[in-house]
Design a protein around this ligand. Structure first.
Ligand SMILES: Nc1ncnc2c1ncn2[C@@H]1O[C@H](COP(=O)(O)OP(=O)(O)OP(=O)(O)O)[C@@H](O)[C@H]1O
Ligand SMILES: [Mg+2]
Length: 247
C-alpha cells in the first residue's frame, strides 16, 4: 500500500500540495481525477521522485517502508512505474541499453546474487516482447524515445512494465494523443497486465480507459487538495456533470 499522510509540499516558496491524505491499496485500482492544473501530475512526480520539492510535513509509506528514503531507481526497480503525461526523450541513451539496465537493476533487487545479463543474451530475451508489441528490433539502437511516435512511446512504456512488473503503475493521461486503434491496443495491453499483484492509478480526462481497467475508488483533486474521495460510481457523475456542483 502507498499511504500518504498530511503531505504538504512547497516548490520555490509556492505551496502546491495541501495536506494530502490518501491510500493506494495493493490489488486495487484507482482514478485520480481533477480539472487541468489541479496538481495531479505533480503528485505523481512526487511519488516517483522530485528533487526540487520541499516537504513541510509528511509521512509517505510504501509497503511499510519510508518511500522518501528510496532512491528513484529503487522506487522504479521495485515498486512504482510512472507513465509520463509527456514522455521524455533522452538523447545518447540507446533504447536497448536502457531496457537492459532497468531489467538488470530489477533482477538484482529480486536477487542480489544475480549477475548482469549481457547485451547478447538480453537481445535474445527481449525478442519475444518486441514481437508481441510489434516493435522493430532496430528500435533498440535508437536514442530513447527520440522521434518516437506517441504510440511507439506508449509501447515502450508497456514494454518496461512487462520487464519489471511494477506493483504501482501510475498512468498519467496515457489515453491522450493516441488514435482509436492505438488507444484500444494500449488499453488491451494494460488490461492483460492488470492483476492481483499490481495497482493502477489512472489519471484521465476521457474515462474511456475505464472500460478496460476496473477501478475501485476515485480521488478528485482541486487546487492541490484531495477534494473528494468516493467509490467508482463517482466517475458516472463526473462524466455527466463534469466537476460542477461536486461537493
Ligand atoms: N516544479 C514546479 N514548479 C512550479 N510550478 C509547477 C511545478 N510543477 C508543476 N507546477 C505547476 O503546478 C500546476 C499544476 O500542474 P500539474 O501538471 O500537476 O496539473 P495537472 O492536474 O496534472 O493538470 P493537467 O490535467 O492539465 O495535466 C501548474 O500550474 C504547473 O505549472
Ligand atoms: Mg497532468
Amino acid at each position: 500500500m502507498i499511504k500518504i499522510e498530511d503531505l504538504h509540499i512547497k516548490v520555490w516558496e509556492k505551496e502546491i500540495l495541501n495536506w494530502v491524505n490518501l491510500k493506494f491499496k495493493k490489488w486495487k485500482n484507482y482514478c485520480l481525477l481533477g480539472k487541468n492544473g489541479s496538481w495531479k501530475s505533480s503528485l505523481s512526480a512526487f511519488l516517483m521522485w522530485q528533487p526540487n520539492y520541499e516537504y513541510i510535513s509528511w509521512n509517505v509509506e510504501i509497503d511499510w517502508e519510508n518511500l522518501l528514503e528510496l532512491s528513484p531507481d529503487e522506487r522504479s526497480a521495485m515498486w512504482i512505474f510512472l507513465s509520463f503525461q509527456n514522455v521524455p526523450e533522452i538523447k545518447w541513451i540507446k533504447l536497448g541499453e536502457f531496457l537492459r539496465t532497468i531489467y538488470n537493476i530489477h533482477l538484482k533487487n529480486e536477487n542480489p546474487e544475480q549477475k548482469d545479463i549481457s547485451p547478447f543474451i538480453f537481445k535474445r530475451f527481449i525478442k519475444k516482447h518486441l514481437e508481441e508489441l510489434k516493435i522493430e528490433e532496430e528500435f533498440l539502437d535508437r536514442d530513447l524515445n527520440v522521434w518516437f511516435s506517441g504510440w511507439e512511446k506508449r509501447k515502450i512504456e508497456i514494454l518496461q512494465m512487462k520487464l519489471i512488473w511494477p506493483k504501482y503503475i501510475i498512468l498519467d493521461e496515457i489515453d491522450s494523443g493516441l488514435d482509436l486503434d492505438a488507444f484500444k491496443s494500449v488499453c488491451k495491453l494494460l488490461k492483460n497486465l492488470d492483476s492481483e499483484n499490481n495497482t493502477f492509478i489512472i489519471i484521465t480526462h476521457y474515462f474511456k480507459i475505464l472500460d478496460y481497467l476496473e477501478i475501485d475508488k476515485v480521488y478528485v483533486m482541486k487546487s492541490g487538495e484531495i477534494f473528494k474521495k468516493w467509490w467508482k460510481e463517482l466517475v458516472e457523475y463526473i462524466k455527466e456533470n463534469w466537476y460542477e456542483d461536486l461537493k
